[in-house]
Design a protein around this ligand. Structure first.
Ligand SMILES: [Ca+2]
Length: 248
């Protein structure tokens, strides 16, 4: 007898759009980062293409507010891109944790370009931190795609994704079984053992998407199964594991 394992996503944590967290601030200097601040509102936006004459969202004043957009940018083709913002007042944009646009000052609508960025096809972590002081505000994120991919312009809606959380749930796991995920690039591994019908592995935004191997093991460390292909995991995924026995 050998173990037959079927693994599939019962729930996909990856969704269309980008998360927007709204903040308020006071004083002379706008907050350099959202760390330590509590958002007053969360929304999911289709894209980043906003002109606000007054308040940007219900319950958020039109002056002295800030927005963190957080999600993933889908790059359809490997190549050299430039990002740009049109911003009033300040903007900072990070792609894969690298600050690519820094336009952090009070200003009427102005356009700022990133340096040329060599990007692989696929998903890239995107964070856009924006503040406004006095009313009228504008925040637009655009790009200049490579070659014949299209015209420079606002990044289209279909390129944005966000994930539903910061953990992956594995279900269908018997009590003494565990799951381990291994990043083939860094070699780092994380695991959890079932307490009932499953277990969860924490996957913070900064570690998404995860591409790697999945192992099923016993508490003793015995490996029962290892995936041949890399799996793509997102926060909010539910991965269901179905066991069967093949008689030979
Ligand atoms: Ca303004």
């Amino acid at each position: 007898m050998s173990l037959r394992v079927v693994i599939y996503k019962a729930k996909d944590g990856l969704r269309r759009g980008i998360e927007a967290y709204f903040y308020t601030w006071h004083g002379e200097k706008p907050p350099e980062t959202p760390e330590g601040l509590r958002p007053v509102r969360r929304e999911v936006h289709e894209w980043i293409n906003f002109v606000w004459w007054d308040n940007p969202a219900p319950g958020v004043p039109g002056e002295f507010f800030a927005v963190l957009w957080r999600g993933f940018l889908y790059v359809p083709e490997t190549g050299v891109y430039r990002l740009y913002v049109v911003t009033d007042d300040g903007s900072r944009v990070w792609l894969d944790d690298e600050l690519v646009i820094d336009a952090w000052r009070d200003q009427p609508p102005r356009t700022y370009f990133s340096k040329p960025l060599s990007l692989q096809r696929g998903y890239h972590r995107l964070k856009y931190w924006f503040y406004n002081r006095y009313a009228f505000s504008e925040a637009i994120l655009g790009w200049i795609p490579p070659g014949d991919l299209g015209e420079p312009g606002v990044i289209p809606k279909e390129m944005y994704r966000y994930s539903l959380g910061d953990r992956v749930d594995f279900t269908g796991l018997p009590e003494e079984y565990g799951v381990e995920i291994i990043d083939p690039v860094t070699g780092s591994a994380k695991k959890c053992f079932s307490v009932g019908a499953g277990c969860s592995i924490t996957l913070p935004y900064e570690e998404q998407p995860f591409y790697g191997r999945l192992r099923i093991l016993r508490r003793t460390g015995e490996i029962l199964y290892e995936s041949r292909e890399n799996m793509e995991l997102w926060g909010g995924d539910e991965v269901r594991i179905v066991f069967g026995e093949l008689r030979k």
